[in-house]
Design a protein around this ligand. Structure first.
Ligand SMILES: NC(=O)c1ccc[n+]([C@@H]2O[C@H](COP(=O)([O-])OP(=O)(O)OC[C@H]3O[C@@H](n4cnc5c(N)ncnc54)[C@H](OP(=O)(O)O)[C@@H]3O)[C@@H](O)[C@H]2O)c1
Length: 327
């Protein structure tokens, strides 16, 4: 079968399309014919062993993903496709069912076929295309893990920084769903999009610095890894929560603040998600309360070009790759 393989760490051009052996499902697994997947920051970070995040994080990354080369040759965490075969212990799904989900650090979605465990897959949202389903999970699961730590409810205020990214877009919609008053920060070109997602107030970061305008929030969610707790501290109300999406400093602050502190950083690594979370997103998509945004769609063959674009950090929402003729 066709797959994009990654045999060494490095720039996007280490990725190669190859013919590899078909995977065989274990008893608790489903064999999925992948129709759509995406290129996300987890794929990019693993492929380059988190080189951009500095030597300490890069070493940690290699300890997890393989010291010399990636243990998982086939990257890709998001998938939407059709069940081809099921293991002996699988009862909920049958050949032909349309499924979507997230394989996490098992990866494997940049391929024509992949095996998925029970905990990672779910019937696709009714009415969604493969592309929409493949774009619907990754950023939204990250946003959900972050936001549910903050106990959002009616009357709470949140600022979502980087509201046009793959985590920020669901971040705005999920925060609205939980009842919060949402202020979203993005670039001029994305103001209308972000407003259409339900943000109550939108700030253009090229014209206004939210850290100096005197407004304060119960929660600040840095959905794009460009802020810091120190910069945001004065924009938090008493007892306010800063939610980062990456950074060793944030991890240390979160451990420190779990013992003390008024304003605090809450951060979960690795993000723990479950099949229940995927079901929650599926229901929100079906109810029209959450929609993924797709920046571009390319065929799997163009993975190097797609990855190069994702690494510009300029994409709006998701970059989808199609395989086996998605619809
Ligand atoms: N996606 C994942 O799998 C994953 C997993 C774990 C952690 N993370 C972390 O989560 C964060 C977000 O990842 P992502 O994949 O969601 O990002 P992304 O989709 O690549 O973010 C791109 C968006 O961020 C905006 N942006 C870029 N620079 C900005 C700035 N200085 N201020 C405000 N907005 C800016 C861009 O819009 P404009 O430039 O037009 O404003 C663009 O819309 C990162 O810190 C990443 O390391 C990602």
């Amino acid at each position: 079968m066709r797959a994009v393989v990654c045999d060494r760490y490095g720039s996007p051009d280490v990725l190669r399309l190859e013919n590899v052996e078909r995977p065989l499902p274990q008893a608790d697994e489903v064999l999925v014919k992948v129709r759509a997947t995406n290129v996300n920051r987890a794929d990019c970070a693993t492929r380059e062993a988190n080189r951009r995040s500095g030597p300490a994080i890069s070493l940690l990354s290699r300890l997890m993903s393989g010291i010399r080369r990636p243990k998982q040759r086939i990257l890709g965490t998001e998938f939407a496709g059709e069940v081809q075969a099921v293991g002996a212990g699988v009862t909920e799904l049958a050949a032909g069912d349309r499924v979507f989900g997230n394989s996490g650090f098992r990866f494997g979605a940049h391929a024509a076929l992949m095996c998925i465990r029970d905990s990672a897959r779910m019937h696709m949202p009714a009415g969604a295309s493969f592309e929409e389903a493949a774009a619907g999970c990754d950023g939204a699961l990250n946003a959900l893990v972050c936001l549910r730590q903050a106990g959002l409810r009616n009357g709470r205020t949140i600022l979502v920084y980087g509201a046009s990214g793959s985590i920020g877009i669901p971040g705005v919609q999920l925060a609205k769903h939980f009842g919060a008053h949402v202020t979203a920060v993005c670039n001029t070109k994305n103001l209308e999009l972000v407003r259409s997602l339900g943000a109550d107030r939108v700030i253009d970061y090229t014209r206004e610095d939210f850290t100096t305008n005197g407004e304060t929030y119960d929660v600040i969610f840095d959905a794009v890894g460009k802020q810091s707790f120190n910069r945001c501290r004065d924009s938090l109300k008493r007892g306010g929560i800063y939610l980062p999406t990456d950074g060793l400093t944030n991890l240390i602050l979160a451990m420190w603040h779990s013992r003390s502190g008024d304003k605090k950083v809450l951060f979960q690594i690795p993000p723990r998600t479950s099949k229940k979370d995927v079901l929650f997103l599926k229901e929100l998509i079906e109810a029209g309360k959450y929609r993924a945004v797709i920046d571009r769609t390319y065929p799997l063959e163009d993975v190097v070009e797609a990855t190069t674009y994702v690494e510009t950090e300029q994409k709006t929402g998701n970059f989808v790759l199609t395989i086996n003729g998605a619809r």
